[in-house]
Each structure stands twice: as C-alpha cells, then as structure tokens.
Write a protein that binds this ligand. Structure first.
Ligand code: ADE
Length: 256
C-alpha cells in the first residue's frame, strides 16, 4: 500500500517513519510511506502558502493553489484523497479497516486557521479524529496512518489483530505479564489453568465487563448472546462460577 501525507511540515513525520512498528513495516516494504512538502508546489513568488482570509478574521488560511497542485502532481488514478478536518466524520476502527484495503491513500493536512474552501472539491472524504481543534492535520494524519499501517499484512502478527479493542464493539480483555505478584496484586489464577476454553470464556467476561464500565455507549450497541448474558449474571452475582473454579482447581493439579 502507498500512503502519502501532504503537509507543510514533513519533518514532523521523521520520528513517525523511523521508529518501532512503522519503521519496520516501511523497511519490509509493507507500506510505501512519504511526507510531501506542499510548499514545493506554490506559485507565489515569495513562496507563501497561506494568507489572511478574505473578508477579515483571525489568523492565516492556506491558499488553494499549492495544495491542489500538490494533490494533482502526486495522485494517481484510484488514489483515495482525504483531508484532515474537524468537520469530517470521526475516525474509528472500521474506517481504519476500510482504508487498509486501499492501494493508495493520500492524506492532506491543513494547518493554521484552515484551508481555502475550494480545496474540498479535490477531496474524496473529510476525516476528523475527534471533537477538539488541533493546530494542524499532522497529528491526526499520523494517528490514521499508524492505525492503517498496523492492519496491513506483514506489519504485525495476525494474532495481535485478533480480538482487539473495538472489534465487535467491545474493549479488549486485560493482559498480564510476569511476575505473578506485583506489589501484592496477583495475576488471575485462571490464566495459569492451561484450560484454553475456560480462559477464552473468562476473557470474554472481562471484555464485556470492561466495555460496560468504560464505554457504556459501545455496550448499549452490543447484541449479547445468551452465553454473554450468563457471564454477566455470574459476574454480577459476585460468586466464582463452577466452570471457573473447576478449571483453576484442575490447573493446580496439573501444575504440581
Ligand atoms: N485539524 C485540526 N483539528 C483536527 C481534528 N480534530 N481532526 C482532524 N483534523 C484536524
């Protein structure tokens, strides 16, 4: 997949491209990522890309010509062009999955007080990362590129993508590492049971409980199965269910 970010601040993407999973994905050829300097396309004799808005008002607005020429020079047939804008639909995991299926994504970053309205005619979709205003689209572009790249084949292991947060509108279950006892807080015994069925059931229960607690908005949208309702009922009763107690008990015997 190719991802091009059109920006006045390509240096902001240097750290993004040269660290961790994204750097590795680029190195492996999973993604062809570039940050393109919009200023290189300005026809203004002083190299300007922004001016005060016509009609008055605060700050500077990005001119249409450099952005539109930068889009035209770098897009191919079939490139999906998005503009980062607080006006757009709020980005989510489903959008990340949709973008990850594309061959070519172009992310245009506005900066300062916004962009000339006429730029919108060269854009396929407006995307926001939430209801707050940033100084520019660079951080939103990074968030989007990051969430898309990690979904591409070869970026991370398949298993890491299974059962992750927001799949099926639930938050991911809690994870633990060694040691067993950290400052008196212990790892749930079921995770040592070796009983994969019971562990999966326990994780589903935790996932439902976490979603209900932290994201009631998502929880309300869930279609709960009979088994899910039973798990929640068990949890709310405060009594450890038999299947869980049995799995823990058997696991103990197995370990000794
Ligand atoms: N540009 C400024 N704020 C933004 C936001 N919340 N999302 C996307 N682009 C932006």
């Amino acid at each position: 997949m190719r991802i091009q970010v059109l920006t006045l601040f390509p240096a902001m993407f240097e750290g993004f491209q040269t660290n961790s999973i994204i750097a590795r994905a680029i190195g492996k050829g999973v993604v062809d990522f570039s940050a393109v300097q919009i200023r290189d396309y300005t026809k203004d004799k002083y190299g300007r890309t922004d001016t005060p808005p016509i009609g008055g008002g605060a700050g500077l607005v990005q001119k249409a010509q450099p952005i539109v020429d930068c889009i035209k020079a770098n897009k191919k047939e079939g490139t999906h062009v998005i503009l980062m804008s607080p006006r757009g639909a709020t980005f989510n995991q489903n959008m990340a999955k949709k973008f990850a299926k594309l061959d070519d994504l172009m992310i245009v970053c506005g900066h300062y007080e916004g962009v000339d309205e006429r730029v919108n005619d060269y854009i396929d979709e407006l995307v926001s990362i939430g209801d707050y205003v940033l100084t520019g689209g660079e951080i939103p572009a990074m968030a989007i590129a990051d969430s898309v790249i990690r979904l591409l084949d070869g970026a991370i292991t398949r298993e890491s993508l299974d059962e992750e947060s927001f799949d099926n509108n639930t938050l991911e279950y809690p994870q633990y590492t060694e040691p067993f006892d950290f400052e008196g807080k212990t790892v749930p015994a079921i995770l040592y049971s070796g009983n994969h069925g019971a562990i999966a059931k326990w994780r589903r229960k935790q996932s439902l409980l976490l979603t209900r607690k932290y994201r009631p908005d998502l929880f309300d949208k869930l279609t709960l199965s009979k088994a899910d309702l039973k798990l929640l009922e068990e949890a709310d009763s405060g009594i450890v269910p038999k299947w869980e107690a049995d799995a823990i008990e058997k696991g103990k015997k197995f370990m000794h």
